[in-house]
Unconditional design. Structure first.
Length: 138
């Protein structure tokens, strides 16, 4: 087919094919650049959305703290602690620091059991494990 065609037509076809390939290459370059820009923008958007969520959580926590510290209950608590104030109808009980705290008998019994168990040999502990109340159960 090209044998019968004129050399001028052949050169024109080659130029058109080369121009066509260059246009396709330019379009692909533009498409690739556009895809990269979109990806970059989307990653920035996701990062900013995460930052916004963190800031929103911090803001909510600060609002809750502000509401707590400005509440009447907190003001009343601070007045009682620092200024020794009391509300009407309340009674104050003062416990002196030198007051002895009584130990209940149950605490003494538990402490005695612990001492006995710590003094037992390994065979004695196994004997208790299998043949008596098992103190090693949780």
């Amino acid at each position: 087919m090209f044998e019968n065609s004129k050399p001028h037509e052949s050169n024109t076809m080659m130029i058109l094919i080369i121009v066509g390939f260059l246009m396709i290459a330019y379009i692909l370059y533009g498409l690739t650049l556009s895809i990269y820009r979109n990806y970059s923008i989307n990653t920035h958007i996701e990062k900013y959305e995460e930052d916004n969520k963190k800031i929103q959580e911090e803001l909510e926590n600060k609002i809750k703290s502000y509401e707590y510290y400005t509440s009447l209950e907190y003001k009343d608590k601070i007045a009682k602690q620092n200024l020794n104030r009391i509300n009407q109808g309340e009674e104050v009980i003062v416990i002196p620091p030198s007051a002895k705290i009584e130990v209940f008998e149950l605490d003494d019994i538990e402490a005695e059991k612990e001492k006995r168990l710590s003094k037992l040999s390994n065979i004695g502990k196994w004997w208790m494990f299998f043949f008596s109340d098992n103190p090693f159960k949780y």
